[in-house]
Write a protein that binds this ligand. Sequence first.
Ligand code: HEM
Length: 295
Amino acid sequence: MGWKRFLGLKKALWCAGAAFALVLATLAGTSVTAGAASTAGGAAGTSVTVESAGAPGAGEVAGVGRSARPCNIYASGGTPCVAAYSTTRALYQSYNGPLYRVTRASDGTTKNVGTSQAGGYANAAAQNSFCAGTVCTITRIFDQSPYRNDLGVGPIGGNGGADAAAIANAVEELLRYLSIVHAQVDRIATEDLILGGQQIRTGDRLLMNLPAGNWDSEFVDSPETLDIARNARGHVAFGYGTHQCLGANLARVEMQVAFATLARRLPGLQLAVPPAELKFKDADIYGMKELPVKW
Ligand code: HEM
């Protein structure tokens, strides 16, 4: 019923993901040197310091004047500076989401820099005004694909570090697949509305079935398959709206840390009994009575 429409909306909200190749760039107007760069994240880090106009960067080639640098050459041809750095742009024609995040040294606040238009280059003006008079560091590069495997400051995706993005994806799919809260989440309609072709009147009580929503084939393909590579973001395992689970992000972090630690510390972990012998709780909150394991 209305649930599908509701999920369709949520799915649409989540579908702005993005795989992004590399960025290191800078931006129109100011002569910004990328590469001078102390990297805040250390060897495995991915951050890059972006200098503002003024002092020449350490990456500047001796003897090459500012007028010969990419921004100047492009500017003289009437092309925005960012075009000189062709990797700082959307990979998909329709992509209009964030490309990368900068953190401002002066107050530690962050800004996601997106495209100047769908499918286009980085919004140079937005970064220039945000970083004016201070130094900005790139602290996240957004994946433009629906997988949301963003590249952050290590150890996320770092050399030898845990692949936190992949684990986070697996946790979301587990939440979708198992749903955990099998009780009906209820709401009272505060206005008349039509949901999935059904007339709902003010004061009507609505019961929403979270597992059914998470297994809706309008939300994901083959919902009955556990697929940790799929993008399950937008599931409703934590409910939705004003009363959405307050502990959602704590629960996410707990699972991400616990599963990653278990896999690292006990690589041989496996069931000690055949799956058919596992005993599940008969309760509104989905869980197990016991889980015999060996390693
Ligand atoms: C995997 C673990 C968890 C799941 C699946 C879960 C799921 C849910 C669901 C489905 C709701 C109802 C949402 C709605 O009405 O739309 C809820 C509400 C709530 N959850 Fe969780 N939860 C989890 C962990 C936690 C944790 C760790 C905390 C606290 C540290 C927490 C605190 C709350 C609170 C306070 C509410 C009520 C929010 C409100 O009514 O405004 N939950 N949770």
